[in-house]
Design a protein around this ligand. Sequence first.
Ligand SMILES: *[C@@H]1O[C@H](CO)[C@@H](O)[C@H](O)[C@H]1NC(C)=O
Ligand SMILES: *[C@@H]1O[C@H](CO)[C@@H](O)[C@H](O)[C@H]1NC(C)=O
Length: 468
Amino acid sequence: MKGGNLHKLRGNKLSLSLIALLCTTLVVWVWEKTPNLSTFLPPPEQFDIFSSATVVPARTPISLSENKIETPSAKEDLSAIRRPVNALPDEGGKVVVLPQTGSSMRSSSEKKDKGKESKNMPVEKKVECNYAKGKWVADKRRPLYSGFGCKQWLSQMWACRLMQRPDFAYESFRWQPQGCNMPEFTGSEFLRRMQHKTIALVGDSLGRQQFQSLMCMVTGGNYSPEVLDVGEEYGLVIAPGAIRPNGWAYRFPSTNTTILFYWSASLCELEPLKEQDPATHYAMHLDRPAIFLKQYLHRFDVLLLNTGHHWNRGKFTANRWEMYVGGKPNTDRKLARIWNARNLTVYSVIKWLDAQLPQHRQLKAFFRTISPRHFVNGDWNTGGSCDNTIPLAGGSEVLQDGSSDTVAEGAVRGTRVKLLDITALSQLRDEGHISKYSIKASTGVHDCLHWCLPGIPDTWNEILYAQV
Ligand SMILES: *[C@@H]1O[C@H](CO)[C@@H](O)[C@H](O)[C@H]1NC(C)=O
Ligand SMILES: *[C@@H]1O[C@H](CO)[C@@H](O)[C@H](O)[C@H]1NC(C)=O
C-alpha cells in the first residue's frame, strides 16, 4: 500500500518535474529565439513605429571620457563649430570627447544581437534593426548624385566638387548596418512610397544640409524644372531685412510629395521681447516647441528634428537669445549652463511631440542625433583643421550598441519618437568635411563641422528612408 502511494507520489512528482522541465525548456527556447522578448507583446504592424507594442530597445548609456575645457565666447557665424576637438559638450557644459574612431564598446546585449543574426526566422523581422551599428564599405554605386549636377538644390559652399577640393574618395562609401539590410535608395521608389506625403526637416544648418542632400537624392541630381516651390503654403518667406527665407518647401508634382526644411536652430519658441524693434532680444522658451511645429504638425507625414551646434554662448549672444522657462526669465543656475538648457529643450520637444502623436496618426517622428565635429589642433577660430583625406583612416566600424548622443537617446526612450542615430558612424568620417575648402578659408577658418555634398548626410537620409 505504502509502496503504491509512494509510487503514485513519485509518479506525480515525476510528471510535475517533467512539466516543469518542459516549460523551462520552452521558455529558454523562446528566450533564445527572441532576445528582446518583443514577440511576447502584441505583434506591432510592420513599420508601424507608433504601435504601443513597439519596444524601444533599452540601450546602455556609454560613459565617455571627460575633458573640461572652457568655451570662449564668439560672435561669428561659424561659432556654431566652436567646441574642442572631437568633442560634444555634455550636460554640465563641459565637453565630452567622443570615442576614438573604430572603438568598440561592447555591452552584454551584443551577444544577444549576435545570436539574432545567426538565425533567419520570420519573427526576426519584427526585431528593430539598430541602423547605427555597422560599418562603412566601399561602393562604386555611390554617390547617389553628382556634385556637379545638383546645382539646383546644393548651396555652392557645400558642393565640394564646385569648390577647389581635388580629392573625392570620401564620396564612394555606403553604410552597412550589422545584421540587417538597407533598402536601395532610388528617387522614384522614394517618391512612390511618399505619394501625397510631406516630409519635414526642422533644425539647424546641418539639418539644411540633410535637406539639400535629400532633394539631390530624390532628383538623382538631375535638373528638375517640374518641381514646384511651395514655400508660401508653409509661411516660408524672406522676412523684411533677412538675407534668406526661414525655410524652403518643394513639391514633386508626379506624386504630390512635398519636402521641406524649416530653420529652427534651437527648436524652441522664440518670442521677440520688443515687437517692431529689429535689434530686439528674444525670449527663448526652452520648454516650448517652435511655433512652426505646432502650426503645421498636422500636415506632416514624416518629421525629422535636430538641434545641437547653436547651444553655445557665442550663438546665444549673436542671436540675442535669453532663456525662459515656464514663461519667465530663467533663474535656475543649473540651466544657465547651456548644455543643461539643451537637455531641457530636447526632452521638452520630444515629450510634446510624443503627446501629439495619438492625434496625428499619419505622422512618423524622428530626432536626429548630433553631427560630430572634427577640429584638430585648435578650434574653428583658433586654427583648427581636419586635413585627413584618407577615408576611414581611424577604422570603419561602429560596434557600440548605444548612441554617442546620450541626451537624444535618453529623451526618446519610452516615447514613440524614433532616433536617427548618426553620431558614431559620422564620427568615423573626418575626411568628409569641407575642411580648408570652406568659403571662409581665406580668413584661415576651416569647416570641420559641415560636410561635403554629396557625402555623409546622404547616408543619414538612406537610414531615415530605411526607418520610415
Ligand atoms: C497633395 O497632397 C496633399 C497632402 O500633402 C493633399 O492635401 C492634397 O490634396 C494633394 N493634392 C492632390 C492634387 O492630390
Ligand atoms: C535631462 O532632462 C531630463 C528631463 O528633465 C532629466 O530627466 C535628465 O536627468 C536630464 N539629464 C541631464 C544629464 O541633465
